[in-house]
Design a protein around this ligand. Structure first.
Ligand code: GRF
Length: 194
């Protein structure tokens, strides 16, 4: 079994999609969701974990002297929950070298654009401003950059005349919710992207 921790900062619709896929019982049979972690105090996302008795952990980065100390504390939590693998799902912090070293090639993120286009914040707005006809979502390994790690999976989504940031975001999110569990399913079955 792959013991997975999900890191969140906000709404948690991707977390909810992962957990409800597991609930249905057909997929993610090799995955245990062992922890949900957040840099925010009581984010809306926590309710999806609490409903299922999955332990939630919050640590405020401002309470630590350095990023290293903050991540050492997160590492203790991950060790105590036997976490093997980390899925970032709307986690707004940049992962630092402490966690990257401990979880090398075992941290993935989902981003709402076809990377390497439109990295960082407001990816959907960037896509609309650039006038692309297709955008989408990407799952990638996390490295020291922002949205720069090796790409694992992508799904395209059309940009439609009259789209707003909101309508495009919703269309992309619907695909995110499928791509995340499908990718995690492959990883849990031993797929390695090397
Ligand atoms: C998603 O669009 C994801 O791609 C990005 O942050 C958003 C999180 O949404 N990294 P949610 O909290 O999962 O609803």
């Amino acid at each position: 079994m792959l013991n997975v921790a999900v890191f969140v900062s906000g709404t948690g619709s991707n977390l909810e999609a992962l957990l409800s896929t597991k609930d249905r019982g057909f997929f993610l049979k090799e995955v245990n969701f062992v922890a949900v972690f957040s840099d925010k105090d009581s984010p809306p996302a926590f309710k999806y974990a609490e409903e299922r008795n999955i332990p939630t952990f919050h640590r405020d980065p401002k309470a630590y002297k350095s990023k290293e100390e903050y991540e050492e504390e997160i590492f203790h939590i991950l060790k105590s929950t036997n976490t093997d693998f980390i899925c970032l799902a709307g986690y707004m912090m940049i992962v630092g070298k402490t966690l990257l070293k401990e979880y090398e090639k075992r941290i993935i993120n989902i981003h709402p654009s076809l990377l390497p286009s439109f990295k960082g914040l407001h990816a959907q707005r960037q896509a609309l401003e650039r006038g692309v006809k297709y955008s989408g979502c990407t799952i990638h390994y996390v490295d020291r950059g922002v949205d720069t790690g090796e790409i694992i999976a992508q799904q395209t989504v059309p940009c439609i005349d009259g789209d707003t940031e909101e309508t495009l975001s919703e269309r992309i999110l619907r695909e995110e919710h499928k791509l995340y569990w499908q990718t995690l399913e492959l990883i849990s079955k031993g797929f390695s992207h090397e």
